[in-house]
Design a protein around this ligand. Structure first.
Ligand code: DSN
Length: 419
């Protein structure tokens, strides 16, 4: 592993204890099937930017308007990143400084409303995100949060129900986007709802930003007042966040990010974001986005064909939610058994779940990382078979050995890009 070996070599000389831990995590990533839909594998070029001397530089402010000297190179780096983001997503303005999705959302709220105002977001247990108004997040502490959910009959968003909720609570901000919703959003319908009640529309496309970039999901950019995203999920970049908006909101957004929410930007992360955005200008990435969705559809079909129940009956995007209630299993037990077999998933609430958030009734699966490794529909059939086999016999030693050997063989056939 040339990329990994070089990095570990430097680290081993300086700090063998930490180097050993990094080696352990590298081995885990190399030999496990990563099905957590919010994770992915950054390219060696992204890692090179992240691990650079840009981490030494303070540059509060924005390009050309910094509070520090010596910014001539980082100004160009941040401007390049902004330009690539604007171009890729056809947005008028991009702020590439948010450290993560939650800080991007925090800045978006600051730009759109005042503390105490009502925000209306998707319920966490229906697929929403903590930062969309959960009482344990700043978003539910600083704002008056109300929620909408999916229809019980279809487990999908019913935009008439969202409109009815919006009429009821008259939010200042309607928040759309989710971390566990397997279906496509209708942004034109959300815009109409926001307009009808006089709300701003904030779309958090953290999960599906890469699908939007590759044309595999409609773009919220023409419809939303502000779009937030993360760069480390389907977008395949470094850990981080980003905000897109029309020029008319640019000043408010920039002020909210700094000094509103954050201090100095992480220039090494911004350089990594620029590298990831550049990759999306190549046709392979468009193909990648289509393959993520095709793989998810195939995996979902394979699971359902083996009698497993998926929330809403399948997926349109990169993720799916396995309903464990018919199997009388819980998410934690399944997640732990899968860990033992070298398949990484995460337990997740499902709509109308009556179990606790700590041990919910669902498991979330996704295809971004395995698709980055180069796996295709044939491997999705194999993964569906492994998931179904393991889930039918969570405590069987022979099953565990069989499934983990096959999962490991798949990983070995599709290595990480760090050699
Ligand atoms: N926690 C992330 C996820 O796994 O979807 C969202 O921030």
């Amino acid at each position: 592993m040339a990329v990994a070996a070089e990095r570990l070599g430097v680290l081993e000389a300086a700090d063998p204890e930490l180097a050993a831990l990094l080696q352990g995590e590298l081995d885990r990533q190399e030999h496990t099937l990563e099905l957590i839909p919010s994770e992915n594998i950054a390219s060696p070029a992204v890692l090179a930017a992240l691990g650079s001397w840009l981490t030494n530089k303070y540059a509060e402010g924005t390009p050309g308007r910094r509070y520090y000297g010596g910014c001539e190179w980082v100004d160009q780096i941040e401007s390049l990143c902004q330009e690539r983001a604007r171009k890729l997503f056809s947005a008028e303005h991009a702020n590439v400084q948010p450290h993560c999705g939650s800080s991007a959302n925090m800045a978006a709220y600051m730009a759109l409303c005042q503390a105490g105002d009502t925000i209306l977001g998707m319920d966490l247990s229906h697929g929403g995100h903590l930062s969309h108004g959960s009482p344990v997040s700043f978003s539910g502490i600083l704002y008056h949060a109300e929620f909408y959910g999916v229809s019980e009959a279809t487990e999908r968003l019913d935009y008439d129900l969202v409109l009815a909720r919006a009429r009821e609570v008259r939010p200042k901000v309607l928040v759309a986007g989710a971390s566990a919703y397997p279906r496509t959003f209708d942004f034109a319908a959300l815009r109409r709802i926001a307009d009808e009640v006089g709300a701003a529309l904030l779309v958090d496309m953290a999960h599906f930003a890469g699908l939007v970039a590759g044309g595999a999901h409609p773009s919220p950019v023409p419809h939303a007042d502000i779009v937030t995203l993360t760069t480390h999920k389907t977008l395949r970049g470094p850990w981080g966040g980003m905000i897109l908006c029309p020029e008319s909101r640019a000043k408010d957004v920039d002020k909210a990010v700094f000094p509103g929410v954050q201090g100095g930007p992480m220039l090494h992360a911004i350089a990594g974001k620029a590298v990831a955005l550049h990759a999306w200008s190549q046709p392979e990435m468009r193909d990648y986005a289509q393959r993520v969705v095709a793989n998810a559809a195939r995996l979902a079909e394979g699971l359902m064909a083996r009698g497993l129940r998926l929330v809403s009956g399948g997926t349109d995007n990169h993720l799916m939610l396995l309903d464990l209630r018919p199997l009388q299993l819980t998410g934690r037990r399944v997640q732990e058994a899968f860990d033992r077999a070298g398949i990484t998933v995460n337990r997740n609430s499902i709509p109308f779940d009556t179990a606790s958030k700590f041990n919910p009734s669902g498991v979330r699966l996704g295809t971004p990382a395995v698709t980055t490794r180069g796996m295709g529909v044939a491997e999705m059939d194999e993964i569906a078979a492994l998931v179904a086999e393991l889930i039918s016999d969570l405590d069987g030693e022979a099953t565990l050995h069989r499934v983990s050997a096959r999962a490991r063989a798949l990983c070995e056939a599709f290595p990480l890009p760090y050699s």
